[in-house]
Design a protein around this ligand. Structure first.
Ligand SMILES: NC(=O)c1ccc[n+]([C@@H]2O[C@H](COP(=O)([O-])OP(=O)(O)OC[C@H]3O[C@@H](n4cnc5c(N)ncnc54)[C@H](O)[C@@H]3O)[C@@H](O)[C@H]2O)c1
Ligand SMILES: [Zn+2]
Length: 361
């Protein structure tokens, strides 16, 4: 059995990898009062695992919400505030968010705003949550058609990423989290890239080192730049176009995962990188190849592109009316705050739908 990666900073306690829950047992048992936030899936699949590992939590109150991005909204926050009020939660109460990124985003937001801020701790139960969403203090909910439009930067007191929870995760959720793993490799971790190259997520046997490495990459970045003034923006690679696609599909009946949207966004933004930074064609083709081996292409058409670009204008990554991108200089190295013309964005979406090779456009 591997031992977990433990990091105790001034603000956040991190325990990541196999055995992290067991290692955190005393910490969790020490909180005076704990309320656990679950959705119907994490109540069924993950709560029993948590209570077996930390039996001291067995008598905690639960708050139950309905899963799904469509429910990551202010109505759900309001419901959580109601429940916290009903349960007489105080600022000293700890809210444990047991779930995927939707639940840790919205639970963190509800906790951070309740009575001007109660403590919360994230126990991510999806791959995406473990390597990304539960780390870094971005909390929030979607508003109207826009992703994460309302929210706060507030750190949890702790984050425990125990791969044991992943045993019950659906196939498409593994795939979704894998998009963020690819992102870390592309923006900052050439060594991780060489581990992923040629791989399909479904064939990976030992996830522990991949989870630990990815989560550590994110922790390193957010510790250095908590408020996203500089290098943290590199994490947005694939997300400017990806978020627009996610919002676009959120409005349709054909809901897609965050990772599916980001995978498409990374293809488009890698293409833009090849135009702006002259990233080598062979590298672009390698990137497209790995993403295509793991994700089906989304089915939007040329006529949908203006609506997708319009959604980008709502993105938080704008300056003087220009969209700002994080782009790749090469595999393993990114830069942020790069202004990109709308024309290039449009062409990148053509590159995507037409399944072109790097040197064909
Ligand atoms: N805050 C951040 O920095 C950040 C970063 C990346 C993504 N996000 C957000 O994260 C969200 C996506 O999170 P996600 O991909 O984890 O999806 P999710 O939270 O919707 O979870 C996916 C599904 O899996 C279920 N589930 C969770 N754990 C399970 C388990 N162990 N076994 C069986 N089923 C389980 C959930 O109930 C849900 O139905 C998006 O809203 C995105 O915006 C936030
Ligand atoms: Zn993401």
């Amino acid at each position: 059995m591997n031992s977990p990666f433990i990091l105790d900073t001034d603000t956040v306690w991190y325990a990541i990898g196999d055995g992290s829950l067991e290692k955190s047992r005393n910490r969790l048992a020490d909180f005076h009062r704990v309320i656990i936030l679950v959705d119907e899936n994490t109540e069924k699949f993950c709560l029993p695992v948590l209570l077996t590992q930390v039996p001291e939590l067995a008598s905690c109150n639960l708050i139950r919400v309905t899963s799904g991005e469509k429910n990551k909204n202010i109505a759900q926050s309001s419901y959580i505030w109601n429940e916290l009020t009903r349960l007489n939660a105080s600022r000293d109460t700890l809210l444990v968010n047991l779930g995927g990124g939707v639940l840790t985003d919205s639970g963190g937001f509800a906790a951070a705003t309740f009575k001007r801020g109660m403590r919360f701790l994230n126990i991510p139960t999806t791959l995406l949550g473990m390597v990304d969403a539960a780390i870094g203090g971005k909390t929030g909910v979607d508003f109207h058609d826009f992703k994460n439009q309302v929210g706060l930067f507030v750190n949890p007191v702790g984050m425990i990423a125990e791969p044991l929870f992943l045993k019950t995760l659906e196939e498409k959720q593994w795939q979704s989290g894998f998009a963020e793993v690819i992102k870390y490799a592309l923006i900052m971790d050439r060594e991780l890239w060489s581990k992923l190259e040629g791989n399909r997520y479904a064939e990976i046997v030992d996830w522990n080192p991949i989870i630990v490495k990815s989560a550590r990459n994110k922790i390193d970045i957010v510790r250095f730049d908590a408020m996203e003034k500089g290098v943290r923006k590199n994490l947005n690679f694939g997300h400017t176009i990806g978020h627009a696609l996610e919002s676009y599909y959120l409005k349709s009946f054909n809901e897609i995962t965050h990772g599916m949207a980001i995978a498409a966004g990374m293809i488009c933004e890698a293409w833009i990188s090849s135009k702006v930074f002259e990233m080598e064609c062979t590298q672009l083709d390698e990137i497209v190849q790995l993403i295509d081996a793991n994700f089906e292409r989304l089915d939007f058409e040329r006529s949908n592109i203006p609506a997708i670009i319009a959604l980008m204008q709502q993105d938080k990554k704008m300056r003087a009316n220009k969209l700002l991108f994080s782009l790749l200089r090469k595999i393993g190295k990114a830069s942020h705050d790069i202004e990109v013309d709308e024309k290039l964005i449009e062409e990148s979406l053509y590159f995507y739908i037409d399944r072109k090779k790097c040197n064909q456009i």
